[in-house]
Design a protein around this ligand. Structure first.
Ligand code: AMP
Ligand code: GLY
Length: 436
């Protein structure tokens, strides 16, 4: 079968690599893809918003499955548009329709959903434009740290966490009064602060049943020891030792199962991936956020551990028989390190020649912000690529990933040098109680 994968980051390179291993695959197309995805399929230009061009592309190339990597086309309704086209009834989209994508596209919607279905999450209040005074009064009633979130998609910048009430009030004014984040900030969620350690949990669902995928810990801050500004993610470890079997069972029972059930109850047909951002608070999971896609760089750590055929799982979604499929996971640990451009997540330069990609042995290189300039590979983004090392334990996976990362060279290469270090020798890991 032919597959179209949408996206161009490290996550999509990892997806392309994994899909290309399937015996069910004829041809993989990636739109727009990157120089890494060319190794696993054909990169193509298709304008997702142009319904006619999309239809022509899908029919001409006999595409059966469209896998949507990033959230914004889903929130924008790409699935709805394809599903509404009578000529495309044989095409299955992996990724929810716009209504389901609101789990990521609107924090208020996600909070109301969790409240309705008794899914553990931080307590919250929502305020809309015109309710600035009520929001400021609310700040007076709660304790620091203050967690303030723009309701809509704000490219990861819409969350402010601060101990300073003045700063919190300023953020509220900016969003509710001054139009910061535009429409995304016209509705604001103020949330209880959760203390604990974060985990990215993943599942696939056909709307009826679901399968948990391996979970991972993401490293969001730019600097060593989790300091400096937030980024899209600077590294990932899978499995995370603190997410032991017991904890993952709670995630399954208290969060994943009621979420899939809740979607069904609400009449939201959801098919595709669901990424549950969790906080482990003294051994109990609380949802921080839903994303309607896989994580980046978590995907680059979890897919190398997935032994099952991903296309077989997609077929299960297409035919509504996901419950009959199997998810087998490699026991080894995967550590992913993001190689970024100096200056990221703020300003950075592009166009630096990259050397060493083909010299990496015993590790995976997933490209992201790269471009071909003639036959030279050059940097073309803030997160340039992810390197994933595997090992029988966390220490050896860390060593393997850093060994591989050191082989790659370009001007201004930046990476965190402590990915996974905080997790080494945790009690649960010593006891061998690590689950996936
Ligand atoms: P979000 O965009 O909702 O994932 O928030 C971005 C980051 O802010 C999360 O990854 C957490 O590190 C942090 N965060 C969000 N909500 C909370 C909360 N209620 N308590 C503590 N930290 C939070
Ligand atoms: N790494 C976090 C995310 O993909 O949102």
């Amino acid at each position: 079968m032919n597959v179209l994968l949408i996206g161009s980051g490290g996550r999509e390179h990892a997806l392309a690599w994994k899909i290309a291993q399937s015996s069910l695959l004829d041809t993989l197309f990636v739109a727009p893809g990157n120089p890494g995805t060319i190794r696993h399929g054909r990169n193509a230009e298709v304008d997702l918003r142009d319904a006619k061009a999309m239809r022509r592309f899908l029919l001409e190339n006999r595409i059966r499955i469209v896998v949507v990597g990033p959230e914004s086309p889903l929130v924008g309704g790409v699935h709805d548009r394809l599903a509404a086209d009578p000529q495309l009834q044989d095409v299955t989209v992996i990724g929810p329709k716009a209504e389901g994508a609101r789990l990521e596209g609107s924090k208020d919607f996600a909070k109301e959903f969790m409240f309705r279905h008794n899914i553990p999450t931080a307590a919250h209040r929502t305020f809309i434009k015109g309710q600035l005074q009520e929001a400021l009064d609310h700040l007076d009633r709660i304790n620091a740290p203050y967690v303030i979130k723009a309701d809509g998609l704000a490219a990861g910048k819409g969350v402010i966490i601060t101990n300073d009430k003045k700063e919190a009030a300023k953020a509220l004014r900016e969003m509710l009064q001054q139009g910061r984040f535009g429409e995304a900030g016209e509705r604001v969620v103020i949330e209880q602060h959760l203390k604990g350690i974060e985990l990215s949990a993943f599942l696939v669902t056909d709307g009826e049943s679901f399968k948990m995928l391996p979970a991972a810990k993401d490293y969001k801050r730019i600097g060593r020891g989790d300091t400096g500004p937030n980024t899209g993610g600077m590294g990932a470890v899978s499995p995370a030792p603190f997410a032991d079997k017991d904890f993952m069972q709670k995630v399954h029972d208290r969060i994943a199962a009621p979420t899939v059930r809740g979607l069904k109850k609400d009449g939201i047909a959801y098919q595709g991936f669901l990424f549950i951002g969790l906080m482990n608070v003294d051994g109990d999971p609380y949802v921080i956020e839903y994303n309607v896609r896989l994580g980046d760089p978590e995907t680059q750590a979890i897919l190398p551990r997935l032994k099952s055929d991903l296309l077989d799982l997609f077929e299960g979604i297409a035919s509504g028989t996901l419950s009959e499929r199997h998810v087998d996971v490699d026991d080894r640990t995967a550590v992913s390190i993001v190689l970024a451009a100096e200056g990221y997540p703020e300003e950075y330069e592009k166009g630096k020649t990259i050397l060493g990609v083909d010299m990496v042995r015993d590790a995976y290189v997933f490209q992201a912000g790269t471009r071909l300039k003639g036959d030279k590979l050059v940097t073309n983004g803030g997160r340039v690529m992810t390197v994933t090392g595997m090992g029988k334990d966390l220490e050896s996976a860390i060593a393997s990933a850093y060994r591989a990362a050191s082989v790659i060279a370009y001007d201004g290469k930046y990476m965190r040098d402590d990915i996974g270090h905080d997790l080494v020798k945790q009690p649960a890991q010593r006891a061998g109680a690590v689950a996936r």
